[in-house]
Design a protein around this ligand. Structure first.
Ligand code: SAM
Ligand code: SF4
Length: 491
């Protein structure tokens, strides 16, 4: 039950939202019937048709939703293997071996909404809503930076205790927290949709990406899972949340769907229509796409009984098709997934992952407890330490990156996309990945990880030496400066 104060806050906000929606000029671009029809028309595609689409994907121009539907509907196992191979190729071509690392930081869990699948929903009496005090927040950030994290995504419930002023103040405090060489250089935000003036305040405190998951693009399912009368019930308020963020000047926006609420093929097409509409209006698509799968949560039967839960094999298909369809958009794979599956899915096109994650409120201070169910939104699948995760990445030939230079040099939004499209990501981002990884190795890595990491850097330098000797020299010179104690060097 909501308290009187919570109810009046939510009612007032809902009234403002409905007023806003009544004046919204944008047209809902998700046409459920059209998506269902597309999926029907492309059922059991001929082999040649699938291969034609794969050939187009290989040329890095992206795919129309109709073409993505062909791939999604493929039923031939050999052709799926070909699709995976193309996805791997595209990832290698655009992102190289880099994997960007971040950590989620749950700051506040009380929520006035009642999403049926979420442990934080207000009617869930078995999860205790909690908001970090400033002192606790500082401790959490210190615990993160002493493990080597530089990039966070902060997460809030929708609640008067975590309103826009609270969010801004918490982000200012995160940036101000230091420990040794440790600091957070980029704070991304996952929170409920906001008004344009509220996004402007977030821009002022220097956030990176604003992320909102539509959860499900299917209207009737959306209405059913987000009860009437709650703020989240208003589908278009959420659908255009990132359009409003762009309007407020936040260049990097991130979309996602919570897979397991409706048919996964439908959701992939929903994501693509969403990306297209952002690109149509703002000249640039989303910075990243996430594809979290529904996970078990305390006292939340829907999370394990939904008829649309997605199988591991289908998650691989989702990632590979997205990689083919939006080659320049970052893809985020979260620690919701188990270690073995993450290892299999990353090569198919993932560019960002969280690691060493804890999602209970105050969870980093109690790092040794992998799960604290009564304080968690759902249960994580990969609770390995950042150091262990990084060692595995190195063994698989990846360059872990903590780079945030792109944002600070203004390589965001439209500008970022044009750079990405010219292959600059590899030229700027890989050297910067190496520099930030070197910092990690010097300041935080265990001996075994340092050894594995130095091998990766050596290998990278040898290859660069052969193709771009001058650039290799510039990277070497900066690596030496890092060894001598300088920090935060980038191209
Ligand atoms: N309350 C805000 C909102 O809903 O937009 C902030 C984000 S919420 C704390 C973060 C995301 O967690 C949601 O958008 C949803 O996709 C995801 N989530 C909720 N319940 C989940 C579950 N049982 N398993 C996996 N992800 C879940
Ligand atoms: Fe609240 Fe977000 Fe959970 Fe919904 S998904 S109950 S809005 S925290």
């Amino acid at each position: 039950m909501l308290s009187a104060a919570e109810r009046s806050w939510a009612e007032e906000r809902l009234e403002r939202i409905l007023e806003h929606e009544a004046k919204e000029k944008r047209r809902d671009f998700i046409d459920d019937a059209k998506i269902e029809a597309l999926l029907e028309e492309t059922a059991n595609p001929a082999k040649e048709r699938v291969r034609d689409v794969l050939a187009k994907a290989r040329s890095l121009v992206g795919l129309e939703p109709e073409e993505a539907a062909v791939l999604l509907n493929n039923t031939d196992e050999d052709l799926w293997q070909e699709t995976y191979a193309v996805a791997r190729e595209i990832k290698q071509e655009i992102y190289g071996n880099r994997i960007v690392l971040f950590a989620p930081l749950y700051i506040s869990s009380p929520c006035v909404n009642d999403c049926i699948y979420c442990g934080f929903r207000h009617s869930n009496s078995q999860v205790r809503g909690q908001t970090l005090t400033w002192e606790q927040l500082e401790k959490e950030v210190q615990a993160l930076v002493t493990r080597g994290h530089k990039r966070l995504i902060v997460v809030y419930g929708e609640h008067p205790a975590s309103d826009i002023d609270f969010m801004c103040e918490s982000i200012r405090r995160i940036y101000a927290t230091r420990k040794g060489n440790g600091e957070i250089r980029r704070v991304n935000v996952n929170a409920a949709p906001l008004f344009v003036d509220e996004y402007r305040q977030l821009k002022e405190v220097g956030i990176g990406t604003f992320q909102v998951f539509q959860e499900t693009y299917h209207h009737a399912t959306y209405a059913r899972l987000h009860p009437r009368g709650t703020l989240k019930h208003v589908y278009t308020w959420r659908l255009f949340s990132l359009h409003r963020a762009e309007e407020a000047g936040i260049d990097d926006v991130a979309i996602g769907a919570l897979f397991g609420l409706y048919k996964w093929r439908f959701e992939v097409l929903g994501l693509l229509y969403h990306a297209q509409d952002l690109e149509r209006e703002f000249g640039v698509g989303p910075h990243t796409i996430s594809f979290p799968r529904l996970q078990p949560a305390v006292n939340t039967p829907y999370a394990t009984s939904s008829p649309y839960l997605v199988a591991d094999e289908d998650l691989k298909k989702i990632v590979a098709v997205l990689r083919c369809a939006v080659p320049y958009t970052g893809l985020i794979l979260t620690a919701r997934e188990r270690p073995e599956l993450r290892r299999e899915v990353i090569p198919l096109g993932v560019s960002q992952v969280d690691a060493g994650s804890r999602i209970a409120i105050g969870g980093y201070e109690e790092m040794e407890r992998e799960h604290i169910p009564e304080r968690e939104q759902f249960q994580l699948g990969d609770t390995r330490s950042l150091d262990d995760f990084i060692r595995e990445l190195c063994e698989d030939g990846y360059i872990p990156s903590f780079c945030t230079a792109g944002y600070r040099c203004g390589r965001t939004g439209e500008h970022f996309m044009s750079l990405a499209k010219k292959g600059f990501v590899k030229n700027f981002c890989t050297p910067n990945a190496v520099l930030t990884f070197k910092e990690y190795l010097l300041d935080y890595a265990s001996p075994a990880t340092r050894q594995a990491g130095e091998k990766v850097i050596k290998h990278y330098l040898a290859a660069l030496e052969a193709s771009h000797p001058a650039q290799a020299q510039a990277v070497r010179e900066r690596l030496q400066r890092l060894e001598a104690g300088e920090r935060d060097l980038y191209f």
